[in-house]
Design a protein around this ligand. Structure first.
Ligand code: EPU
Length: 292
């Protein structure tokens, strides 16, 4: 008997994952599951665990690279209504894991709730953004998180405080937990001012990053005290290629995929960049994107 028989109406088989990611590269998911509600997700998580089928959640697909041979397990997408609600209570905002972070940051900024302006233009789902503490030079999402409702690997709903989530630099302690909703504590402010700040942060991003090309944002974390982009640039690697993957001419910490690229091209280029920066500056670069 198929382990997933009870979920057949919400399950797709052998689905290409590339179109669900910003890179638009990589192979298929053996199973793709789009739950209608938390209960369905919880039952699926337990069933997959019992059947020893690996499970991953795909958010906005903005920070992942799917390998060419795909993922031999179940990929969960929280894109149905139950996971996309936004509620405001004073200056506290609760957003579902499937909510688009860019829209949320814009809406909060427009309505005079301060705290998310620095997240302007960061492509992510709320769940993915929490997991890796999305952010940049203007701030990180963890700074405004009050807490989150998560699903444990045993399928239990848990309430996690900000301290438990344990935000670090592009990191959290969420591990195998699946974010269901996140609570944000924002600060009432002049809407004109929050909107101006939002636009300013977005403009910086547009001016310095190759946003119209296919990429997964910054490939490497910034090593302590350094900018990965500046190191790669100084190593003379802008424009370096492997197959149809190229180190961006605009921002050296971006690897862009041209027409015909394969995930393996990007992975080879990541290795090449890491080796060259190590040889040149004796600095080890750590990959920031999630490679499946
Ligand atoms: N720089 C270069 N050459 C380059 C790129 C950058 O010399 O090719 C220099 C810049 O001139 C600047 C310094 O390096 O002096 C830092 O560059 P930038 O301001 O672009 O910031 P970053 O540290 O490279 C971080 C985040 C970005 C985020 C921006 C803006 C990391 C790894 N990156 O970039 O996040 O958008 O700040 O907030 O923390 C991402 O995580 O995917 C991402 C793009």
């Amino acid at each position: 008997m198929n382990w997933w028989r009870a979920f057949a109406d919400q399950m797709e088989l052998d689905t290409p994952l590339g179109p669900m990611t910003w890179y638009r590269l990589g192979g298929k998911a053996r199973y793709l599951f789009r739950p209608d509600d938390v209960d369905g997700l919880s039952r699926l998580v337990r069933r997959a665990r019992d059947a020893e089928v690996p499970l991953k959640v795909l958010g906005a697909g903005a920070n992942v690279l799917i390998r060419d041979d795909g993922f031999d397990g179940v990929v969960v997408r929280l894109d149905r209504e139950a996971f996309r609600s936004v509620e405001r209570n004073g200056s506290r905002v609760r957003a579902g894991a499937g909510v688009d972070l860019m829209n949320l940051a814009r809406r909060c900024s427009e309505s005079g709730l301060s705290g998310m302006e620095g997240l302007a233009g960061i492509p992510a789902s709320v769940g993915g953004a929490l997991r890796m503490n999305a952010g940049g030079r203007f701030g990180e999402i963890g700074q405004v998180v009050h807490g989150a409702t998560v699903l444990s690997p045993a399928g239990e709903v848990e309430q996690w405080s900000r301290e438990q989530i344990g935000f670090g630099y592009r990191a959290s302690k969420l591990g195998d937990r699946i974010v269901l909703t996140a609570d944000f504590d924002l600060i009432p402010a002049d809407p004109l001012e929050t909107r101006r700040r939002f636009d300013e942060c977005f403009a910086y991003k547009r001016a310095t990053q190759p946003l119209s090309e296919k990429s997964a944002g910054c490939v490497f974390k910034n090593p302590p005290g350094h900018s990965a982009g500046a190191l790669i640039d100084r190593a003379g690697l802008k424009g370096a290629r492997c197959g149809a993957a190229q180190v961006s001419q605009r921002h050296a910490n971006f690897i862009v995929a041209d027409r015909g690229a394969r995930a393996s091209d990007v992975i080879r280029l990541i290795d090449l960049v890491r080796d060259r920066v190590l040889a040149e500056f004796d600095t080890e670069l750590e990959v920031e994107i999630d490679i499946w």
